[in-house]
Design a protein around this ligand. Sequence first.
Ligand code: FAD
Ligand code: NA7
Length: 457
Amino acid sequence: MNKKRVGIIGAGPSGLAQLRAFEAAKKQGLEVPEVVCFEKQSNWGGMWNYSWRTGVGKYGEPAHGSMYKYLWSNGPKECLEFSDYSFDEHFKKPISSYPPRPVLFDYIQGRIKKNNVRDYIRFNTTVRWVSYDEDSKKFKVVLDNLKIDKTYSEEFDYLVVASGHFSTPNMPYFEGIEQFPGQVLHAHDFRGADPYKDQDLLIIGSSYSAEDIGVQCHKHGAKSVTLSYRSNPIGVNWPEGIEEVPLLKYFEGNTAYFKDGTSKSFDAVIMCTGYQHKFPFLPDELRLKTKNNLYPDHLYKGVFFNDVPNMIYLGMQDQYYTFNMFDTQAWVARDFMMDRYKLPSKAERRLDINKWLIENEKLKSSFDHVDFQTAYIKDLLNLSDYPDFNVEKVAEMFKEWLQDKDENILTYRDKTFQSVVTGTMAETHHTEWMDELDDSKERYLFQEQSEEALEET
Ligand code: FAD
Ligand code: NA7
């Protein structure tokens, strides 16, 4: 009998989780389907694979990356730790709770390099279009090999969409913006705080990107940072040099006028106004249509597209949990694709989705959001053999993290947490975050080593 074929779109943390899940089954001696992963970039890691490029990539595809220089983990690493590959196993010593991007990229790669999963990935390959044949129950996937500029197609029994949803900007219009004399960009194109040194910076938005880009620019020498919110302010205890104001109404030249009647002149504007779930390679009947939220409609268990459940989406939720959530999803998806986990009827699936949607509607506070996603992870953990971890403890850490940010947005990254995987307590980083201007892996790890060495002498 021919092996079933699984296509995975994207080799970011979600796609890599799917590959790792299949490898784990293979290690147990189980027969796994034939798996092919398509990645339009030349390397894996998704967002964590930093690119200086904006606009388009080398081959003219929309640039995927939204991460920037000086990006440090915005939550404790203990909240995202893989439960089958600990930080201790990777770094061989305790590290701090908030590592910079290159260090987390290294960690993601470490687990994957232990297996031969690179062989399953076709890099520089964009998924151009997908169609589904109801009779044969197969997906036809049209692909572009970007390097040799060749289009071809292949068929799959299952398709896993792991293409991320923080890449296509949501870019609102404000009256007069077309005449604004300075730079106007979306967070997607922000590549570091350096250009905003000594500048008065206006940031629109009040979520993760606004908070982090605002704080990074403050840290790296912006003259002032003004955050303009639509619904709710971030509301933390801002230091001098950062302030929050209600929504921008319009610009006149370089002056911005806000809803509360105040105004200020700016050198640059960064729209931290979120992203669109965008799947230009999917037809209507297969496409997830949702805003960024904790439980997108139409996905049973947050992964199986209810109309066509052989179509699987990973990581489409708004995220408190990240790497470990992608894992819990990928393990359940794998078991379904290997006939080890059976789905209930479409109507039953709909009822289950509705149950989660109703709960999602009731959420008010950030703590409620954490509890909701924690319940979701627990539900998934019950469905596969992904190594159990203390999710309740992780939820507590998320709440502590939220409180730390409220108390002091400039020092929360100096705090340390305890791993639920190994019990190891994180190290205090050698330099306080506000004084640390170098985000390289070498500096992050080397300094710790040299301090250790110093202690030994
Ligand atoms: P992605 O990482 O986006 O990967 C998707 C992959 O799919 C990419 O490699 C892309 O090239 C590929 N792809 C897309 N379309 C196609 C196509 N048509 N054909 C072939 N390949 C395609 N999370 C944290 O845990 N901690 C943080 O500190 C943190 N900071 C963040 C900061 C920023 C600025 C952003 C944008 C996100 C941040 N996140 C953070 C969340 C982050 O998105 C997740 O950690 C994680 O990268 C999501 O993984 P993913 O695989 O689902 O998507
Ligand atoms: P989010 O978390 O989706 O937040 C988007 C923000 O943009 C949010 O504050 C919105 O305000 C605001 N927004 C959206 N449209 C507008 C308009 N038209 N006007 C003003 N404000 C608007 O995206 P982020 O980029 O912050 O975070 C995404 C990921 O990147 C995250 O995982 C991080 O780790 C990094 P609202 O509250 O809806 O009024």
